[in-house]
Design a binder for this molecule. Structure first.
Ligand code: URA
Ligand code: SF4
Length: 274
């Protein structure tokens, strides 16, 4: 099967199935368009985007006592039930201090598909469940279009505590630093070990780089199946919140089409599973 997305400068055809990795040229990034000079003003101000990037790239290296890491807080038995209880005691970095609670993954304990996001948002922090806000609704839609049943899906995040800055009454999501992502990684590793999924879908650069290293580029690797140690088949796509943040309706629609196309490819592989 091949799919062509047109009307969006530089978009490439996508191929799925064996040999797709070699054939697929890099896909133009919807998100990089957001940063293109001369475009209309974004819903998210440019300064906020730049600040986010700057904070993430330039985060000062915290003293070791601020990021001891989660390893010491993991329970002896790594069942999902034991892990879910223990994560509430984690002080592996400083994010637990301001968040309401840790948000552990949720879904079928032996799900064949695991989806990994970045960090819980405002809604998730309050609900104690991952992807219950607008990004989660887009995820549900993509799964439905791809005919991947929720009963075969487990959803989690690279970082388990909400990170935010207060602005008035609002809590604005902040991107976790690589130190926080590394500190939290034992939880994600333990979840993947307990679930042992066939398919992992990495939603955005934070999740992708947490598992595949800092040089991994979602924009180059999306739209094809990846061979990794993480699962039989790994896929990377953008974060659903990035789709929702696209600066205008047209770019949002295109970003959504690309996002859903990535999930349709996941669905094609899902149906290959015995
Ligand atoms: N964004 C994420 O990365 N995770 C959530 O759980 C919600 C929004
Ligand atoms: Fe522990 Fe992760 Fe929460 Fe940091 S974000 S305190 S490492 S669970």
């Amino acid at each position: 099967m091949s799919r062509e997305i047109t009307g969006f400068g530089g978009c490439a055809s996508r191929k799925s199935g064996p040999g797709a990795a070699a054939a697929a040229p890099p896909i133009a990034s919807t998100i990089s368009k957001v940063f293109m000079p001369g475009r209309r003003a974004s819903a998210v101000p440019a300064w906020a985007m730049l600040r986010r990037r700057y904070m993430a790239v330039r985060a000062r290296k915290p003293p070791p006592e601020e990021v001891p890491g989660a390893a010491a807080f993991l329970p002896e038995r790594h069942s999902l039930t034991a892990l879910r209880a223990a994560v509430q005691t984690c002080h592996g970095c400083t994010l637990y201090r301001e968040a309401t609670q840790a948000v552990f993954g949720e879904g079928a304990p032996h799900a064949r598909v695991v989806l990994i996001g970045e960090v819980p948002g405002d809604y998730e922090d309050i609900a104690g469940k991952p992807f219950v806000g607008p990004a989660g609704r887009l995820l549900d839609e993509a799964l439905a279009v791809a005919h991947i049943p929720r009963t075969d899906v487990y959803v989690t995040n690279a970082v388990k505590h909400f990170k935010f800055t207060r602005r008035g009454k609002k809590r604005i999501h902040d991107k976790p630093t690589r130190y926080e992502v590394a500190a939290c990684k034992p939880w994600l590793d333990a979840e993947l070990e307990a679930i042992d999924p066939e398919i992992v879908v990495l939603l955005g650069a934070t999740a992708a780089q947490a598992l595949l290293g800092p040089t991994f580029r979602v924009t180059q690797e999306r739209g094809r199946v990846l061979e990794t140690d993480v699962a039989r088949w790994t896929f990377a796509t953008v974060h659903p919140a990035a789709v929702l943040r696209a600066p205008d309706d047209e770019l949002r629609r295109l970003a959504k089409d690309e996002f859903i196309a990535d999930f349709e490819l996941v669905g094609d592989y899902f149906r290959k599973l015995a």
